[in-house]
Write a protein that binds this ligand. Structure first.
Ligand code: ARG
Length: 508
């Protein structure tokens, strides 16, 4: 073994003996196995590099760590179907322009179908030089069908190809996500209708504030998730624009019909209007991650409420065993892990949102390899949000409510606002009624009783406007029922919210 080979390059680690001197570290690195002139060890790597799809101009070999660092196949292979769909459509476009013959087109289609079958059945063999799904599929196609396969990439670049695959993949995933989100909304809607009679404390600052219906609380989260569904709907046309036919950056010189390709692939909003933007643009990734992050943020707040409501101290709800776990030490424990994970995973998606914006922000116009970093974040976020919505569906369809515990959470002081409003109805300006009701709270505190235990004389000592009928104020049900404007917590208003949400869900 030559000394150059003994001091073999180890990715990420400078040889220890040389660490103290910058000069010798550098020289050791440059004398590493990579740059050695030992042809016996070098030849197979160099040959392999020349075989890369872009290997023509290269004579030096790729650092193995560089290959690992550069490759995206380990994760972008999940777009194999989109890559094949895009290639079939592109081959047709080339044929329409007379670039490939009917025979070549048929052979490419057959070959691609075979490649797809291999992915589908898990028999696709990754070759050492496969860099990403695009190079892997093309390499395999050429292996299968020979020269016709080499014509497929005519006028196409991985820059327009990757954007096409990614958009197609995202379009398909957004559709599934929306379906799941709407399933959640439908179940929550049905629950809200069935459980409309349950009253509970509504909180501000997590302090008991006013009486609300349990369903009103649940529907408040539906309102947020409905906006998310609208957001997904609104962003979809911006994803559904075809980059293919943009080439590396300047456009396609073979006159491929982009409109036809767009139609064939289901890009219903047409084609990207500018080839340079088409290969630069990752807005669709950012928007998908943003919309998912909003969903996660909303689910996280929903989960946080339920975590609190399911504590022994509250006891408003209990989680089904299917979404809870136990403690390895404390036998009595039943922990709301599903909800805590929803909350935790929201943090993770927000990290990706900051991550993708940061990756894109400084890149010069058109394609730069930085953009390859979009995929792991996109895939991870889409997987996380999809799993999370499905877990939320499980939780919302299996949890049990305990209205008797909710009622215990209602305290008379939560009717102080209603007391003030009683005086408003007797003609006193609200600002003054607020003051009087505050004095009633203080008086009750002083007397050591609840506000509803104050006698009529007590109240009349604060305002002459109090009469016998003040007794009506001390009803939580009345308090809820008074709030019967659109969007309020009265039964009729809550059922109206249910009806509107149902109509929204039935619309599409
Ligand atoms: N794997 C690459 C990506 O994910 C595909 C595009 C490569 N383009 C290039 N010019 N190197 O972004």
């Amino acid at each position: 073994m030559s000394s150059a080979r003994t001091a073999a390059f180890r990715p990420g680690r400078a040889p220890t003996a040389a660490r103290n001197s910058a000069g010798s570290t550098l020289s050791r690195w440059s004398r590493s196995a990579l740059s050695t002139t030992d042809n016996r060890s070098r030849a197979p790597i160099a040959e392999a590099t020349a075989k890369k799809l872009w290997g023509g101009r290269f004579t030096g070999e790729t650092d193995p760590l560089m290959h690992k660092y550069n490759q995206s196949l380990s994760y972008d292979q999940r777009m194999w179907r989109e890559d094949i769909d895009g290639s079939v459509v592109y081959a047709k476009a080339l044929h329409a322009q007379g670039i490939i013959t009917q025979q070549e087109l048929d052979s490419i289609k057959e070959g691609l179908e075979e490649v797809g079958k291999e992915w589908d059945e898990g028999t696709f063999q990754v070759a050492p030089n496969d860099e990403d799904i695009h190079t892997a599929n093309e390499r395999r196609l050429v292996e299968l069908i020979g020269d016709a396969g080499k014509k497929l990439h005519t006028g196409r670049s991985r820059n327009d190809q990757v954007a096409t695959d990614g958009r197609l993949w995202t379009m398909r995933r957004l559709q599934v996500l929306r379906q799941d989100l709407r399933t959640f909304l439908r179940i929550a809607c049905e629950r809200s209708e069935q459980e409309v009679d349950a009253l509970m404390p509504g909180f501000t600052h997590l302090q008991p504030a006013q009486t609300v219906r349990w369903s009103h609380w649940l529907l408040s989260h539906c309102a947020a998730l409905q906006r998310d569904d609208e957001r997904l709907r609104d962003m979809t046309p911006r994803v559904a624009r075809l980059p293919l036919g943009s080439g590396a950056l300047a456009g396609n010189p073979f006159g491929v019909d982009r409109q036809v390709m767009a139609e064939d692939l289901g890009f219903f909003d047409g084609v990207c209007p500018n080839s340079m933007d088409a290969v630069s643009d990752r807005d669709w990734v950012i928007e998908a991650i943003f919309c998912s992050s909003m969903i996660m943020t909303h689910l996280s707040r929903w989960a946080e409420d339920l975590i609190v409501y399911s504590t022994a101290q509250f006891g408003y709800v209990s989680m089904a065993d299917a979404y809870s776990t136990g403690s390895s030490l404390m036998p009595q424990k039943k922990n709301p892990d599903a909800l805590e994970l929803l909350r935790g995973k929201a943090g993770r998606t927000l990290g990706s949102l900051a991550g993708i914006l940061t990756v894109v922000k400084g890149t010069p116009t058109t394609y730069n390899k930085d953009l390859q970093e979009d995929k792991e974040m996109l895939f991870d976020v889409m997987d996380t949000v999809s799993d999370s919505v499905r877990i939320a569906i499980g939780v919302v369809s299996t949890m049990t409510i305990h209205p008797e515990k909710m009622v215990l959470g209602l305290s008379a002081d939560m009717l102080a606002t209603d007391l003030a409003e009683y005086l408003v109805r007797k003609g006193m300006p609200f600002r003054d009624t607020h003051h009087v009701a505050g004095e009633a709270v203080a008086l009750a505190e002083k007397k050591g009783c609840g506000i509803s235990d104050l006698t009529l004389e007590d109240l009349r000592s604060l305002s002459e406007l109090f009469e016998e009928d003040v007794a009506e104020v001390w009803s939580f049900d009345r308090s809820a029922e008074l709030r019967c404007t659109e969007g309020g917590t009265a039964k009729s208003s809550v059922l109206e919210q249910v009806a509107k949400l149902k109509a929204y869900l039935d619309e599409e």
